[in-house]
Design a protein around this ligand. Structure first.
Ligand code: FES
Length: 136
């Protein structure tokens, strides 16, 4: 179990060197969400393979350290998971990744990347449903 200082070190590292940062060319879904309280944003790029696996996830954005590092940390853990797994993923993963204290004091910042990915998955499912209807 990490202590608060260890969580902060990891967060700072991901803020300075965000993983999976930048656009995916020809992403299946591009989903942007913002935090209305401060205007900070995260844009998630998602690619899903024919097996229903999120084989590429990246993001870009602007905002506070916790929102940007949180997106880097949480989305990194989601690469390679199935759409179903991501859909069913409880928000506890954010707490486990960023630390309970930070998430409870700044939930909107901490959850922004996770919530944007969830919205991207919903958008991907909508697209699938529409294409099934078109092809039926
Ligand atoms: Fe805006 Fe953190 S202050 S998301």
């Amino acid at each position: 179990m990490k202590n608060q200082e260890q969580f902060m070190e990891v967060i700072l590292d991901h803020f300075e060197n965000p993983r999976n940062y930048g656009a995916i060319e020809s992403a299946d879904v591009i989903q942007e969400s913002g935090n209305p309280g401060c205007g900070d944003i995260i844009k998630v790029y998602l690619n899903v393979d024919s097996e229903g696996t999120a084989n590429k996830i990246s993001f870009s954005g602007e905002g506070c350290m916790l929102s940007q590092a949180g997106a880097s940390l949480v989305l990194e853990k989601m690469v390679g998971k199935s759409i179903k797994e991501i859909q069913e993923m409880p928000p506890d993963i954010v707490q486990d990744t960023l630390g309970k204290k930070l998430v409870s004091t700044r939930p909107r910042c901490a959850m922004l990347g996770f919530n944007t990915l969830k919205n991207a998955v919903k958008q991907w499912q909508r697209q699938q449903t529409l294409s099934e209807i078109r092809n039926s």
